[in-house]
Design a binder for this molecule. Structure first.
Ligand SMILES: [Fe+2]
Ligand SMILES: [Fe+2]
Length: 399
């Protein structure tokens, strides 16, 4: 049984929620409370899977409550449901909340957000890994890009284009900015897949505050990275996959939104490597060594080590952070597109093929078998004849 805790000092609203979710009683064990301290006391004796809290509450407010929950129960998924859209508070929350939902929230929307969080948790079979991703509040950023960003921010009139360009080369910064801007917290009806639009929307002041806050953009620590695995190398591979995936989508006459989501998914596709290398450096070395020695793919080696792969781990974190569902799906299934829920040509297919092209073109790791294209899957969809065209267009001089 999944355990949920709802906290709101508006008891009327709390009662309303209890009624609305009555039908979920078979699947969810729910507790409704109107005070932060009492909620913490309850959690000390009864750990929950997900907490949903209001922000503005008398006594302990939602931000303080979530900070406590993050420290005492880092494995709990933390959602905010609030009518307040204060930039300063939302920046503070970026380090403690996984997702923000805006009030008034349609009960179906809240139920779906909770269900999605549970579904992604179920997809990951390894509890340790699940715990590890839930505990992460930021991802490492490249120091060189952080310096460039600080430099650009320091000039008299920083350019949004230049700032966006720097951010979009960094997986950690990109994910954090998109997490923030895609939160329903700001009450925006659309989802953002483009960093320049996100920066434009948030404003340079907010981005500067985010960039300077070490709590949010954790500095990449050389010592935590594993032997033979460089963050620079991963960043340039991801950038290349993003560019190629977008070109493939353009070749298929994708809409501008689809093209952008292909780029973003490509950029984030190997985010799981970052999570593993950053948190489990020793096991990460084992994974790479086994793959090299036994001539197996990294995914096969990861399955032996963790029972899951970097693809699912990355997808889980992105889902937890509220990134657009098609992006989460493409990242989760980039090595096994046949299992993806989307039918026909999809972002997942574009990223899967782009990843194979990127490995072919630069031989990221010559001593490990690369990840080829799942031609069987393309054949089933009826697009296997497009492969050569894509290859020429992306890797040749076809633009
Ligand atoms: Fe991958
Ligand atoms: Fe990759």
């Amino acid at each position: 049984m999944k355990k949920l805790l709802f906290v709101d000092d508006d008891t009327k609203l709390l009662n309303g929620m209890e009624r609305q979710f009555h039908a979920m009683r078979g699947e969810w064990q729910m507790k409704f409370m109107d005070q932060g301290p009492a909620a913490l006391e309850f959690m000390a004796a009864n750990p929950v899977d997900i907490i949903v809290t209001d922000l503005r509450m008398s006594g302990m407010n939602g931000a303080q409550l979530l900070e406590n929950v993050r420290d005492r129960h880092p494995d709990t998924v933390r959602l905010v449901l609030s009518g307040q859209t204060d930039m300063e508070i939302s920046l503070k929350l970026a380090g403690s909340a996984h997702q923000f939902l805006a009030k008034p929230c349609n009960p179906d929307e809240l139920r779906d957000a909770i269900k999605r969080a549970f579904a992604m948790r179920d997809l990951l079979s390894n509890d340790n890994i699940k715990r590890l991703a839930t505990r992460m509040t930021s991802l490492p950023s490249l120091p060189s890009l952080q310096n460039q960003l600080a430099e650009e921010m320091g000039v008299e009139n920083p350019s949004i284009e230049r700032v966006s360009e720097i951010i979009s080369r960094d997986i950690g910064m990109t994910t954090k900015i998109l997490q923030l801007v895609n939160s329903a917290f700001f009450g925006l009806p659309q989802t953002f897949s483009r960093i320049d639009e996100a920066v434009q929307y948030l404003g340079l002041g907010t981005v500067r505050a985010l960039a300077l806050s070490l709590q949010i953009f954790s500095q990449y620590n050389q010592k935590t990275m594993i032997h033979g695995f460089s963050l620079d190398e991963l960043a340039s591979h991801c950038w290349q996959v993003g560019v190629i995936a977008k070109k493939i989508a353009q070749a298929e006459h994708g809409s501008p939104k689809l093209n952008d989501q292909c780029f973003l998914s490509g950029l984030l596709h190997d985010i799981g490597h970052l999570i593993i290398a950053f948190n489990l450096p020793e096991q990460s070395i084992l994974v790479f060594e086994r793959a090299r020695k036994e001539r197996m793919t990294i995914c096969e080696s990861e399955r032996i080590e963790f029972g899951t792969t970097h693809a699912e781990i990355g997808g889980y974190l992105l889902a937890l952070w509220g990134l657009p569902t098609p992006v989460v799906e493409a990242v989760s299934f980039h090595h096994r597109p046949a299992d993806c829920f989307s039918q026909g040509f999809s972002i997942c297919i574009a990223v899967h093929v782009a990843n194979a092209f990127a490995h072919d073109s630069i031989e990221l790791r010559q001593d490990w078998p690369g990840h080829g294209v799942d031609e069987e899957c393309l054949k089933k969809i009826g697009i296997d004849n497009r492969l050569d065209f894509w290859r020429n267009r992306c890797l040749g001089n076809g633009g």
